[in-house]
Structure formats: structure tokens, C-alpha cells
Design a protein around this ligand. Structure first.
Ligand code: NAD
Length: 498
């Protein structure tokens, strides 16, 4: 395909740009107004195979580059992200739809992660332990694994690739990256900046296309030992099944149904700020978004009436406009799914207090906008309180005690983020202990993770791994234990020291 149109893009494999072998393409367009963002290859298994071959070959050299040098590449990449932050932020408001401040935060997270993981180049710390035998030395070292298949969602289109690709690279692995089909332009810019930072040919390859084809082939490919996927629970289960055939390391970061608990002693103004930010930020499309508020009966009515007033004051609009509070949702299918849950909530007997409709007035009709929606009278076992809606829909559940609040918060299949607003330090510590989640916030909403602590969830939010912090390195390295015997004799462990 001719590439004189700057909106037409190609895969990057072995440092070279190429169309899909089939020549097929797909379009990325803005969820706010339908504007065409770009045209990308709709790749197939053949394209994935070429990318994996390139990454396999590149691994042999990249794994031998000293880790501090690999880290320096990430420092250069972080600097380029800083220089391009405004451009990427603007592109994100158009392609993904989040508002400017949040889009800037998404890019900043990648900057922070790249600097943090760049520093790992001079750490990648292992252990030395004393031997039980004389004249013997032993240590454990982190080893790169090989080609990492990176499969990402659309909701953090710059941050999430950085959570995976930065630690993968500093540890000495190579990457085949498949971004979500809703945000290919941001995935492409991410890789172009890595190339500008000096990543050698074949070390990072991008293959655009659908999950069922490109993603599936990556998961099944015999030369891809690790899959790192962020996405929905259903996709995670499918990928885990497919990866099991080859005993792959499958790293899953999946959904959530996160709750904020508001106790009777809470600072209610603070709790309101936390709820609005966590429930309606990114139009509720964060894995850590608050979709349930569990509120003590003594403060229930006061909290709910202020919450409704403040939700109704939020302005819907395109993310690039300064006064927009809530942007669009990602696509038509998401809009329909979110709207279907409003009917489900009504049918289940919950009380719709505000929202519950698709916004179509004026230019909003060009995009996928959903009104911030609040249900009260929600029972913990209702579908709207159990299932991930992934939109601006909030369920309010009334409780009579701290014990009940914690029980309701825990009564879901997921376990990503959790929060409690209370001024009682004993309550706060009990919540830190008892909330079943990978993340607990005290007197803050369910959002606000930083790159240097582990990120991930318990129960069906994942399969026991973490991204970010030092914990991320466990996904992208294998431990090797090394024993050096300098005694000049055969020394038998567990026998000759008795
Ligand atoms: P999704 O599961 O539809 O897609 C995620 C990625 O997987 C996409 O790139 C998609 O193309 C690919 N994919 C789909 N089917 C596949 C298959 N069979 N084999 C291989 N790859 C496949 O999710 P989404 O709609 O893009 O993102 C929203 C979901 O992601 C939500 O459930 C959200 O909670 C979750 N999420 C989790 C985290 C976290 O860190 N826990 C962070 C962000 C989003």
C-alpha cells in the first residue's frame, strides 16, 4: 500500500515497516466525534510469525548488552516521552477519549515507569547466601527469558505498554507488541519513540490486528515463552487455556469491581471528591474505577444527595476541550453494553437516581457519550453490583456496620482496588488487613497507583503476578542459582557437611 498519506501506518518488524501480508487494514477513529485517526494493518498469523522470528534473532544479542546500557536506552526513551508529552496527550484525547489531565497522567506514568525501570539496569538485584560447605560460593541471578508477547487494552494506551515493555527490555528480553485495535496510533507512537531512543532492530516489534488472530497466534506461538496480557477476565481465561498447551508463563491483569467504603465517621466532602474522581474519571473505564459505594446508613442520605448533585454538574464533551469533565466511552459496543446494564439495574429493582441514558444533544451525538449514572438501593448480589460494566455507572449499597461493609466489599469475584474513608485509625488498619484486594487506599478513592509499588489484584483479577515495582521483574526474568566450588575436591551438599 502506498504510504504517502500520513494517516496510513504499517507494522514494524525487524526494524522495517510492512503492511499485513494479506494487505488488509482497519481504521482507528475518535470515540468523541468519529474523526479518522489512522489506518493500520489488519495482520494475520504470518505477520506474527515474522515478528517472532525477528525478536528471537534479536534476543541473542540484546540479552548480552550490559543491563546498565539497556537501562540507558529507557532513560532516553523517558526523555523522549517528556519531549512528546503534549503531542501524545492530545492524540490520546482524540483516539482514546480521556480528558486532557488524565491523558497527561497516562503519559506521565510511562515516563515514570521508564525512568524507574531504567534504574533497574544498575540493580536487577539477586541474592548471595553463604554455602554450607567450605570454599564454595553461591548466588541467584535474574536471567532474561526470550520473546515476550505483549497484549494491551485501550484504556491506558501509553501507560500499560510501558508497564510491560520497560521491564521486559531492561531484563534483556525482546518484544512483540500487539496494541488494542481501538488505540493503534498510540501504540505506534510508543514504538516509534523507542526506535528513536535507539532500540536495535528486532528488539521491539509491533504487529497490529485483532485479538482473536494476532493475539491468539502470539499466545500459541512456540517461540514466545511469556505472554503479558492486560484485558478482561474472559480474554484472560482464553489466553491462559491457550498458553497451557505449551506451559507458557502467562501474566494476567484483568478486571475489577472496586468499592469505596464510607463509614459514619468519614470526612464526607473528602469522600465525595474521591468517589467522583474514581467513578467518573476516564468515564469509569479504569480497571481500578469505583463502581460500588458501600456507605454506612447514618451518612447514606447526606452522601447520596450531594453525590447526585455533583454528578449532574459534570460536563460531558470531547477530551481535548478544557472544560470537559467526562469524555466519551471507547466505542459503540461499549456504549450499548453500559446502557444495557442500566436496564438490568432497573429490572433488578435498584433505584436510578440520575443518568441512565446515552447523551446525544448537539455534538455529543457524533460520539459515544453516556451520562454519569447512579443507582441507589442496590443489593450486593445484584448483577450491577457484581459484574464489570466498565463505564460511568455507580451502585450505592447501604450497610449498618463496618463488618458488613467489609463483607460486601469482598463479596465479588475480583480483587483489584479497595478503599475506606474513616477517621478511626483502628478501622483503617482493620480494613488494610481484611479487604481482599491487591491495593487498599485509606481516605482516597480507588485510583492513584504509583509505578514503584506492585500493581495487580487477588482472586479473579489475575493469576498471582504483579506489574510495576520490583515485583514486575518476576514476570520478565527467570531465577538462576549458581554454585561455584573452589575447593578443588568433590564436595557433596547435604552429605559432606554432616
Ligand atoms: P479485552 O480483553 O477485550 O482486550 C485486551 C487485549 O486482548 C486486546 O489487545 C485484545 O485485542 C486482546 N485479545 C482479545 N482476545 C484475545 C485472545 N483470544 N487472545 C489473545 N489476545 C486477545 O479488554 P479491553 O476491552 O481492551 O480492556 C478492558 C478490560 O481490561 C477491562 O476488563 C479492564 O478491567 C481490564 N484492565 C485491567 C487492568 C489491570 O491492570 N488489572 C488495567 C486496565 C484494564
Amino acid at each position: 500500500m502506498a504510504t504517502t498519506d500520513t494517516r496510513i501506518h504499517q507494522n514494524l518488524i525487524a526494524g522495517e515497516r510492512s503492511d499485513a501480508a494479506s494487505g488488509d487494514t482497519f481504521e482507528s477513529s475518535s470515540p468523541a466525534d468519529g474523526e479518522l485517526i489512522g489506518v493500520y494493518p489488519r495482520s494475520g498469523a504470518e505477520d506474527v510469525d515474522r515478528a517472532v522470528a525477528a525478536a528471537t534473532e534479536a534476543f541473542e544479542e540484546w540479552r548480552l548488552v550490559p543491563a546498565p546500557k539497556r537501562g540507558e536506552l529507557l532513560f532516553r526513551f523517558a526523555q523522549l516521552l517528556v519531549e512528546h508529552k503534549a503531542e501524545l496527550t492530545d492524540l490520546m484525547t482524540h483516539e482514546m477519549g480521556k480528558v486532557k489531565a488524565e491523558a497527561g497522567g497516562d503519559v506521565q506514568e510511562a515516563i515514570d515507569m521508564s525512568y524507574y525501570m531504567g534504574g533497574e539496569g544498575r540493580r536487577l538485584i539477586g541474592q548471595t547466601t553463604p554455602s554450607e560447605l567450605q570454599n564454595k560460593f553461591q548466588m541467584s541471578v535474574r536471567m532474561p527469558i526470550g520473546v515476550i508477547g505483549v497484549i494491551t487494552p485501550w484504556n491506558f494506551p501509553i501507560a500499560i505498554p510501558s508497564w510491560k515493555i520497560a521491564p521486559a527490555l531492561v531484563a534483556g528480553n525482546t518484544v512483540v507488541f500487539k496494541p488494542a485495535t481501538d488505540t493503534p496510533a498510540l501504540g505506534q507512537r510508543f514504538v516509534e519513540l523507542l526506535v528513536e531512543a535507539g532500540v536495535p532492530d528486532g528488539v521491539v516489534n509491533i504487529v497490529h490486528g485483532g485479538g482473536g488472530v494476532v493475539g491468539q497466534r502470539l499466545v500459541e506461538h512456540p517461540d514466545v515463552p511469556v505472554i503479558s496480557l492486560t484485558g478482561s477476565r474472559e480474554t484472560g481465561v482464553a489466553v491462559l487455556h491457550a498458553g497451557a498447551e505449551r506451559l507458557k508463563h502467562v501474566h494476567l491483569e484483568l478486571g475489577g469491581k472496586n468499592a469505596i467504603i464510607v463509614m459514619d465517621d468519614a470526612d464526607l466532602d473528602l469522600a465525595l471528591d474521591g468517589i467522583l474522581w474514581s467513578a467518573f474519571g476516564t468515564s469509569g473505564q479504569r480497571c481500578t474505577a469505583t463502581s460500588r459505594v458501600i456507605v454506612h446508613e447514618q451518612v447514606h442520605d447526606e452522601l447520596v444527595s450531594s453525590l447526585v448533585d455533583r454528578a449532574e454538574a459534570l460536563r460531558l464533551g470531547p477530551g481535548w476541550e478544557d472544560d470537559t469533565d467526562v469524555g466519551p466511552v471507547i466505542n459503540g459496543a461499549a456504549l450499548e453494553k453500559i446502557h444495557s446494564y442500566t436496564q438490568i439495574g432497573i429490572d433488578e429493582g435498584a433505584r436510578l437516581l440520575t443518568g441512565g441514558g446515552i447523551a446525544t444533544e448537539g455534538d455529543l451525538g457524533k460520539g459515544f457519550f453516556y451520562r454519569p449514572t447512579i443507582f441507589a438501593g442496590v443489593q450486593p448480589d445484584m448483577r450491577i453490583a457484581q459484574e464489570e460494566i466498565f463505564g460511568p455507572t455507580l451502585s450505592i449499597i447501604r450497610v449498618a456496620s463496618e463488618d458488613e461493609a467489609v463483607r460486601v466489599s469482598n463479596g465479588i469475584r475480583y480483587g483489584l482496588s479497595s478503599s475506606i474513608f474513616t477517621q478511626d485509625v483502628n478501622r483503617a488498619f482493620r480494613a488494610m488487613r481484611d479487604l481482599q484486594a491487591g491495593i487498599t487506599y485509606i481516605n482516597a478513592g480507588t485510583i492513584g497507583a504509583e509505578v514503584h509499588l506492585p500493581f495487580g489484584g487477588v482472586k479473579e483479577t489475575g493469576n498471582g503476578h504483579r506489574e510495576a515495582g520490583q515485583a514486575a521483574l518476576d514476570v520478565f526474568t527467570e531465577w538462576k542459582s549458581v554454585y561455584v566450588d573452589y575447593s578443588g575436591t568433590l564436595q557433596r551438599a547435604q552429605i559432606d557437611n554432616q
